[in-house]
Write a protein that binds this ligand. Structure first.
Ligand code: PLP
Length: 398
């Protein structure tokens, strides 16, 4: 019998993400030779546990709150009091003037992004992003019926190539997606970079006579090291959506909680917010997980112990530089983007595998010739893996 399926979805379902493939290989290899001998740097699953106060708050919510509230449906856009608490928090932190009506709570940043893409995309629209970029953008943009165009990476410092951006933006550009702190480069876009991006977008909005939206994907917002600051986009560009998630900052990736924040200065803001609600509805996101909505309202401004990532970054970066590898020092997130020792990053990753090092080729992130090392792992794994990185470098000296 012939199956009448959406071929687009069959292809999407069969083509597993490369990161997942490597992760699965790592699990298999661990069973074969022991987990302590496999250096799996493939996936961005935080190894720092969710903090104790998260557990205490969940217990308190379960013990002392009305179960029909904690487990029940909330409004589609999220519980009003939770959204109010979020607005107050953002206003005191960033000097903004947002209200509960600017927030739409979601099942994580992936949902936030797919909602924004669906809310905005019209036939013929193009979304722009900067390499290296999170590969799922392509899936979200294409599923919404638009096209993703990618501006090649600035591999000097992994800020953006402003000239290429100015040339790429065109009358079909509906939105620009940026991700800082960046997965996979670890770069944090400076205030100067952000100002340049926004000024080009302002100029082009006037030139083309239609709004060009900014979608800021920020699941790593709090994961920055040293004195680095992450500019808050609502203060730089009025037609902005912030896609946020607690997956990384509170180590809750499996609990699926985040939000879309629609700027209070957005042009035709009421309609844009309605489109966000409509997209959430069309995609079947009835409401974000209720227990976790209530949890985040009580954990505003708090994070898990991110000092572990800072330590991991320092150990890894210094050791790799000493071995002669080239990489930009990551300022945020928990990824290090290493220049492969040959032009073909996939071949480099295969050679790394022989030393039980599991790295992800940069090709899928739109940046061939580089590999991603996800250092949200135990510090001991980083220390134990260093001789393997040394041997890999030696392979290329022979
Ligand atoms: N955006 C980026 C850049 C990410 O790295 C991730 C997850 O790794 C996501 C979005 C999706 O995050 P979430 O778990 O909140 O859906």
């Amino acid at each position: 019998m012939s199956l009448m399926l959406s071929q687009k979805m069959v292809v999407l379902g069969k083509k597993r993400s490369e990161i997942r493939e490597i992760f699965e290989y790592g699990k298999k290899r661990s069973r074969e030779i022991g987990a302590d001998k496999v250096f799996d740097f493939s996936i961005g699953n935080p190894n720092v546990p969710a903090p104790e106060f998260v557990k205490e708050t969940i217990i308190d919510l379960l013990t002392n709150e009305d179960p029909t509230k904690i487990h029940g449906y909330t409004s589609a856009q999220g519980d009003l009091n939770v959204r109010r608490a979020l607005a107050d928090h953002m206003n005191s932190k960033y000097g903004t003037d947002v209200t509960a009506d600017n927030f739409y709570l979601t099942a994580g940043a992936a949902a936030s992004l797919s909602i924004c893409c669906s809310a905005l995309a019209c036939p013929g629209d193009e979304f722009l992003t900067f390499a290296p970029y999170f590969p799922e953008y392509k899936v979200f943009v294409e599923s919404a019926g638009a096209v993703l165009s990618v501006i090649p990476a600035n591999t000097v410092n992994f800020q953006v190539d402003i000239e290429k951006f100015e040339k790429a933006i065109n009358k079909n550009t509906k939105a620009v997606i940026i991700n800082s702190p960046n997965n996979p480069s670890g770069a944090v876009y400076s205030a100067d970079t952000i100002k340049k991006i926004c000024s080009i977008m302002d100029k082009k909005t006037k030139e083309f006579g239609h709004v060009i939206y900014l979608i800021s994907d920020e699941p790593y917002r709090e994961l920055v090291y040293g004195e680095v600051e992450v500019p808050f986009l609502l203060n730089h560009y009025k037609n902005t959506f912030v896609c946020y998630s607690y997956s990384k900052s509170l180590s809750l990736p499996g609990d699926r909680i985040g939000y879309v924040l629609v700027s209070n200065e957005m042009e035709d803001g009421e309609d844009v917010y309605a489109a966000v609600c409509g997209a959430g509805r069309a995609l079947g996101y009835v409401c974000a997980p209720s227990l976790f909505q209530h949890l985040i309202a009580r954990c505003l401004g708090r994070t898990s112990d991110i000092s572990v990532y800072s330590r991991n970054r320092d150990i890894l970066y210094l050791a790799l530089k000493e071995m002669g590898y080239e990489c930009a020092k990551p300022d945020g997130a928990f990824y290090l983007f290493l220049k492969a020792l040959e032009p073909d990053a996939e071949a480099f990753c295969e050679k790394a595998k022989k030393h039980e090092l599991l790295l992800v080729p940069g090709d899928g992130f739109g940046c061939p010739g580089y590999v991603r090392i996800s250092y949200c792992v135990k510090t001991e794994q980083i220390e134990a893996s260093l001789p393997a990185f040394e041997k890999l470098a030696e392979d290329y000296k022979k």
